[in-house]
Design a protein around this ligand. Structure first.
Ligand code: HEM
Length: 433
């Protein structure tokens, strides 16, 4: 099944037949039994085992092994073995997702392309129609925006540049779907620009052919006759509410509008004439690569001619229901970040078909091991729960020796030395007697 890329993108990828694609399709848990046995014989520790796997998976020999295993499992199924016993691969490979995220961070460092990546993720998601049950007809985050036919929709003007930026990463990590890559890039860009951490999950299945793209016209217009009605019509169709409309509009804290693309904005302003990135366009905020709540402050004040306010931005302070949130976000960045993170995560899941169905959550690697939680039952006789005062007493006893019931007791070297000295003194006195 070949994925057709826009003809103006230089290279073509296939999902299923290249060694890379094949190796990526199998997660570490899907190591063929021969390789598993070798690893077990070598007694590799789990981390080294998984990194060895990465090397193994990129070897053409092992790729062939994977291919053979896949064929074998099909053969077994055909003979009537349970399909459940066949190896299962998810839509995206968790290790490759993590590596792709690192590559996206590098890309952001050199290209300052945060805004366009956020817009790309949003435009793949924003075609969702909650009234259509079938996938992929319902639209949403299914990677359909990679096809030329959809990229050519007027609302998507310029987004081919975002796809070009991501294409080398897609080629490097063929075990990551386009749908996941677009959303990963968008969430990573928001976070990298100083925005909130978005509670993302992955495992989105890609559509496979341009015929599966949604029809043109599902995304919002910037200057409709009645902006509030229009925003509600479009966003309610996606299953989003007024709070989410306002919070998500706050993404315009990043980026610029370019008249040659959307028809909106000035060709350049004092904030955009020197870039970074390609100069020009009109931004909504002065620091348009920083994710903060300045969008709401600026469209409320409307003092600076060089800053953009689209009709659909202005309405956030004109419409009484939208205004409640817009005012709140202008005052309180923390409230904006909280609501934005939730709304962005929801947007990123619209219409998606997840494999596995519960999705894949990437740990960010920064999380420290969490100390053991206080579990009263551990300290009780099993007959009844400890009283609060008893829990406090136990906690105090732990803390007195520098520990905590929430984490393992650290050894106290001074105390240990004192005990050794006391024991030696006791033994010496015994010998002396
Ligand atoms: C509320 C309805 C919305 C309308 C009418 C709208 C309209 C637009 C327009 C006209 C542009 C300029 C495109 C160009 O000329 O290159 C733009 C850019 C942008 N939009 Fe929106 N947008 C909306 C909602 C959103 C949402 C929900 C998000 C993200 C969650 C978003 C993120 C962005 C970003 C980051 C850019 C800057 C892109 C760049 O600098 O390349 N927009 N939008």
């Amino acid at each position: 099944m070949a994925t057709t890329l826009p003809s103006h993108l230089s290279k073509t990828t296939t999902h299923s037949l290249s060694p890379m694609a094949t190796s990526a399709a199998f997660g570490s848990r899907l190591l063929p039994s021969a390789a598993r046995a070798t690893a077990a014989t070598l007694s590799l520790p789990s981390s080294r085992y998984s990194s060895s796997l990465k090397c193994l998976r990129s070897s053409p020999f092992v790729s062939r092994l994977f291919l053979n295993q896949k064929r074998t499992s099909v053969f077994l199924s055909a003979r009537g073995f349970s399909a459940a016993s066949a190896p299962k691969c998810f839509a995206s490979d968790p290790d490759q997702l993590k590596n792709a995220r690192e590559d996206i961070k590098e890309l952001l460092k050199t290209n300052f392309c945060h805004p366009i990546l956020v817009r790309l993720g949003w435009h793949d998601a924003g075609t969702y129609n909650k009234n259509i049950e079938e996938w992929p007809q319902r639209g949403g985050t299914n990677g359909s925006l990679r096809f030329e036919i959809e990229l050519k929709h007027a609302a998507n003007a310029g987004l081919v540049n975002a796809l070009k930026l991501l294409q080398p990463i897609k080629e490097k990590y063929s075990g990551v779907t386009y749908a996941d890559l677009f959303q990963l890039a968008s969430a990573t860009a928001v976070e990298d620009a100083g925005g909130p951490k978005i509670p993302m999950k992955y495992g989105r299945v890609d559509v496979s052919a341009p015929e599966q793209c949604p029809e043109e016209g599902r995304l919002p217009d910037a200057g409709p006759p009645s902006p509030a009605d229009h925003l509600r019509q479009v966003f309610y169709r996606m299953g989003l509410n007024d709070k989410e409309i306002v919070a998500l509009s706050g993404a315009h804290t990043l980026g610029r509008s370019r008249p040659e693309r959307s028809g909106w904005g000035k060709p350049e302003t004092k904030y955009t004439k020197d870039g970074p990135g390609a100069p020009g366009g009109q931004s909504w905020t002065a620091k348009w690569l920083k994710f903060d709540n300045s969008y709401f402050k600026d469209i409320k004040e409307r003092k600076d001619e060089d800053l953009l306010v689209l009709p659909t931005d202005a309405v956030l302070f004109d419409d009484p229901s939208f205004r409640v949130y817009a005012e709140k976000y202008a005052e309180d960045q923390e409230a904006f970040f909280k609501d934005y993170a939730e709304a962005h995560a929801k947007l990123s899941n619209l219409g998606a078909k997840f494999d596995p169905p519960e999705g894949i959550v990437l740990d960010d690697g920064s999380s420290k091991p969490v100390g053991e939680k206080f579990v009263a039952a551990k300290y009780s006789t099993g007959k009844r729960e400890l009283s609060s005062s008893m829990k406090e007493k136990i906690r105090a006893e732990y803390e007195a020796v520098g520990g905590s019931p929430d984490k393992p007791l650290q050894s106290n070297y001074f105390l240990n030395i004192m005990i050794v000295i006391a024991v030696l003194a006791f033994l010496t006195s015994l010998v002396g007697n």
